[in-house]
Design a protein around this ligand. Structure first.
Ligand SMILES: NC(=O)c1ccc[n+]([C@@H]2O[C@H](COP(=O)([O-])OP(=O)(O)OC[C@H]3O[C@@H](n4cnc5c(N)ncnc54)[C@H](O)[C@@H]3O)[C@@H](O)[C@H]2O)c1
Length: 340
């Protein structure tokens, strides 16, 4: 592939995740970072210098630029709707970070823009690309644990001093607290294994961080036709970072733990129910400690654009997650289960 044949990428929002996405796009043989956009000139300048890209403080610059084929948005959540919808309508492919905007209305507007444009829109549910979770899904789909009974997931970190002054603690910019931030990943993963729930219920707490009306903890229950139940807890008071996703079936269970780095080594345990009772047959799988999810996700996105391959994080996946998220907040507000 010649340089001209590469897809030019504009990264909008050059913070923590924008920098990761830029690195991944720059490494892929089919894409090249051409524009780094941030209202913080230093952040954009640093990223642009690293990859020989141009700089802008205005994301609209990407829309008018014919050398840009992909807009990658990694700004605070409130900006994702405008950036994604405008970029799609300007004929760009778009990868936006999770969550798909601040709420279900943002997600619906972005999905509608994707539909009108015919361009590829991907929502950054990178957790589906963690090797332990991919292996879990493969085993589950092959029937390794029989029929699904329930799912139990936990995800959290301990936040940091001054969190209340960051955009994630601002309801206008973030849309929600920890239920939105890390919870949306768990909602998407639960959908991946179990599909869409029939009704949901949740409690939230603002226990430690002075971020009310936003929550620093949420406990959610999702119930399915046929009786399957999924539960999760997301927390910004998880003093030692934790990721755990457990799936229980009639014939065994699968447990995916860790995400690498501060979340601990990624590993998976498959336990096969012992028909005679007693200890199950256990098989464990270990994965390298580097987080490859970003690279695998970008490869999937590029295949979707170039070869029209099916991919994860479709507009429908994003909308489904945001609809369930909105229903969970409605349940927190009313104190009652909410039917979808
Ligand atoms: N997939 C994941 O696991 C994951 C993890 C963390 C964050 N995220 C998501 O990524 C997005 C960004 O999060 P982050 O942690 O990188 O935040 P961050 O604060 O590190 O970076 C956000 C950047 O956006 C810039 N910005 C603000 N307004 C802008 C504007 N109008 N135009 C251009 N740039 C602007 C800021 O200056 C900052 O550099 C969020 O949507 C977040 O939910 C996803």
């Amino acid at each position: 592939m010649t340089n001209n044949a590469k897809l030019g990428v504009a990264v909008v929002g050059c913070g923590q995740i924008g920098a990761r996405r830029a690195e991944t796009a720059a490494r892929h043989p089919g894409s090249e970072l051409r524009l780094a956009v941030d209202t913080n000139a230093e952040a954009a300048g640093e990223l642009a210098a690293r990859y020989g890209a141009r700089v802008s403080s205005d994301w609209r610059a990407a829309l008018k630029d014919d050398s840009i084929g992909i807009v990658m948005a990694a700004t605070p959540n409130a900006l994702l709707r405008d950036i994604a919808a405008s970029a799609l309508e300007s004929g760009k492919h778009v990868l936006i970070e999770k969550p798909m905007g601040r709420n279900a209305a943002d997600a619906a507007a972005i999905a509608a823009a994707a539909q009108r444009s015919g361009k590829t829109l991907k929502v950054g549910f990178n957790h589906r690309y963690h090797p332990a979770l991919m292996k879990a899904h493969e085993l589950f789909a092959a029937g390794a644990i029989g029929t699904l009974i329930n799912i139990r997931a936990r995800y959290g970190h301990g936040s940091r001093p001054g969190y209340e002054r960051e955009w994630r603690a601002n309801a206008e910019l973030a849309g929600g607290g920890e239920l939105t931030d890390q919870g949306v990943h768990l909602i998407d993963l639960i959908h991946w294994f179990a599909g869409l729930p029939k009704d949901v219920f949740a409690y939230a707490q603002t226990a430690v961080w002075p971020i009310a009306p936003l929550e620093d903890n949420a406990f959610a229950l999702l119930r399915y036709d046929g009786g399957v139940v999924a539960s999760f807890h997301t927390s910004w008071t998880q003093w030692k970072n934790l990721f755990s996703f457990e799936i229980f079936g009639t014939g065994g269970s699968i447990s995916a733990e860790g995400l690498g780095g501060s979340y601990g080594p990624e590993h998976l345990t498959l336990s096969k129910r012992n028909p005679r009772g007693g200890a199950p047959a256990v098989e464990t799988f270990a994965f390298e400690d580097t987080d490859r999810s970003w690279e695998l996700e970008w490869q999937d996105f590029m295949r979707a654009i170039v070869d029209q391959n099916p991919y994860w994080g479709t507009p429908a996946d994003g909308v489904a997650a945001m609809n369930v998220l909105s229903a969970l907040y409605a349940s927190i507000e009313s104190g009652k289960p909410v039917t979808l």
